[in-house]
Design a protein around this ligand. Structure first.
Ligand SMILES: [Zn+2]
Length: 140
């Protein structure tokens, strides 16, 4: 699965002029707004996530990346959050892998972490929104 994934990403690289940096493991398409398809993720965030993925040594899916202000989750908030700034994502990991992602994120200086580890859609939220309160950790 991992090799298939990297192959797919190699094919993407070079075809998409919008992506300004070369990521080893991810493509901007994985971070588009799931409500409208808009590309809004910041390069400095995906670059950091690429390093986290390198250190993790296992593949993981992005269950939510950039969310525009009109995305239902953001629209329900009084002020759009870190996803709308293009500085956050939710990583679909559980158990041992979830702990590993948190550990590596901390090592890379991430100071805002959300933990959703119950029910069917478990994830770890990571963000680098400087304008939001930190350091902090929360659950859903
Ligand atoms: Zn949208």
């Amino acid at each position: 699965m991992d090799s298939e994934r990297s192959k797919k990403q190699r094919e993407y690289t070079g075809q998409n002029d919008e992506q300004e940096i070369d990521l080893k493991y991810f493509h901007d398409d994985e971070f588009v707004c799931q409500h409208c398809g808009k590309i809004g993720i910041e390069d400095r965030f995906t670059a950091l996530l690429d390093k986290i993925r390198e250190d993790a040594g296992f593949p993981f899916l992005i269950s939510s990346g950039y969310r525009c202000a009109e995305h239902p989750i953001e629209k329900a908030k009084s002020t759009p959050g870190a996803h709308s700034m293009g500085l956050a994502c939710d990583v679909a990991v559980t158990g041992e892998q979830a702990l590993k992602v948190v550990e590596i994120a901390l090592k890379h200086g991430i100071k805002r972490i959300g933990v959703n580890q119950k029910g069917r859609s478990r994830f770890i939220h990571l963000d680098i929104a400087d304008s939001l309160p930190q350091p902090t950790i929360w659950s859903y």
